[in-house]
Design a protein around this ligand. Sequence first.
Ligand SMILES: O=P(O)(O)OC[C@H]1O[C@](O)(CO)[C@@H](O)[C@H]1O
Length: 292
Amino acid sequence: MILTVTLNAALDVTYQVPDADWDGVNRVSAVHRRAGGKGVNVARVLAALGREVVVAGLVGGPTGQAVQADLDAAGLPSALTPISGDSRTTLVIHSTTTALFNEPGPVVTADELDRFVADFARLAKGAEAVVISGSLPRGVPADFYATLAAMAGVPAIVDADGEPLRHAPKGRPAIVKPNKEELARAFPGGGAEELMAQGAGAVVVSMGEEGLHAITPSGVFRARMPYRVEGNPTGAGDALVAGLALGLAEGTPWPERLRRAAALGAAAVAAPVAGDFDRDVFDAIHPQIVIA
Ligand SMILES: O=P(O)(O)OC[C@H]1O[C@](O)(CO)[C@@H](O)[C@H]1O
């Protein structure tokens, strides 16, 4: 089983707007509402690939109930820790470009966080790997992902931004997965090498259509994409992380691990909603990704 952690779970709302007018009235052509937050999306992709998963994290209030109901409807196993605050909504407006509006999320109390830590410790005992992704709700210390990675007892992947990313290597995670911009913001002078020096087992930097750059115990690799996939890039990083988690759990050699992760990321761009990927796009692009 792969355990995914989404502390700032969300109800993801996606609006398709054919040609958005950012200064006027828009008609929405399609609306999707589903449970989200990065770890939830990772779990969806892993489940679609036939992997056993459990979604952990925090949910509360009416929005949290909607998140839980959607996970249940999708048949995604979850063990979410209840909180008193209302979980957040995120909004994606997908038009000729894609814009995201991510609410900060609820305030979490120290008692609620203690209960989550106890749940996490129990769940991690049954996991082959853990994936810890996304932003932190308010009230959670910035080094909390490092704490979870250190106590997991199994290999961990951390996908975070800002301060949680800066602290992540202290927990000695097996893989840290920032995108290019997140890495530059968190480590202006150093980058991937600094993450490795501070304790990350490997660093995989996602670079959109430019592919991946990875520093691993087996060497430094670059994954190059053969062509550009058009669509909604929201959730592409989560599909990529799912590919890395699969490789970590199965002990797949790094070049193939990266090829599959990059192909899943591209296939997610072709799917309209975060957490999905297009199998035909995956099958077509996977063999064409060059790892060097
Ligand atoms: O936790 P955040 O960094 O705000 O990201 C969450 C959001 O990102 C996405 O996971 C896309 O990666 C959305 O599903 C949305 O819930």
